[in-house]
Ligand binder design. Structure first.
Ligand SMILES: [Cu+2]
Length: 178
């Protein structure tokens, strides 16, 4: 009798645990896959975006970067990445709350500001982080607003305090969030 009760309790715990997992792992159909292109128009990898309870999860998978480099990554305000360009048409940083630039700025930060990326010795970046300041929809902080948004990677690192964009240098890769 006692063992039967233990089995029932174990089964209930398992069912609750599995349903919790299903709830937190995003559906494949909810993932926005962003293809990143360089200034020559070549694809250098992907960034998978998915909404979680904590914020938008960025799953980054890029190659062909300078192993000695460090790169700023931001969300920019327009969903435009014209191939064979310097990606200026993506506009400035996505900043729906009208804050100052920089994760270390006292009046920061832009919603599109994110931590710098450091390639490994083979020039590969495989990392994941959550951006707490945006949503994957067309709401107030949504990256899918009327003119869309783009993810930009810069030649240099973001100092997370200089205005208006962290002195991060040229735009070396771009991907439209759609
Ligand atoms: Cu930028």
């Amino acid at each position: 009798m006692t063992s039967k009760i233990i089995w029932i309790i174990t089964a209930i715990i398992l069912i609750i645990g599995i349903s919790y997992l299903y709830q937190t792992v995003p559906n494949k159909s909810d993932i926005k896959m962003v293809t990143m292109i360089d200034n020559a128009g070549e694809a250098i990898g992907t960034i998978a975006l998915s909404e979680t309870k904590a914020g938008v999860l960025f799953n980054i998978d890029l190659k062909g970067l300078n192993p000695d480099g460090e790169h700023a990554i931001h969300i920019h305000e327009k969903g435009k990445c014209t191939p064979l360009s310097t990606f200026k048409d993506a506009g400035g940083h996505y900043n729906p709350m009208d804050n100052k630039h920089g994760m270390k700025h006292p009046e920061g930060q832009h919603a599109g500001d994110m931590p710098n990326l450091k390639p490994d010795s083979a020039g590969i970046i495989q990392v994941a982080f959550v951006n707490l300041h945006v949503t994957l929809d067309s709401g107030k902080s949504g990256v899918l607003d009327e003119d869309g948004s783009a993810i930009i990677i810069h030649a240099g690192a973001d100092d997370h305090v200089s205005q208006p964009s962290g002195a991060a240098g040229n735009r070396i890769a771009c991907g439209v969030i759609e």
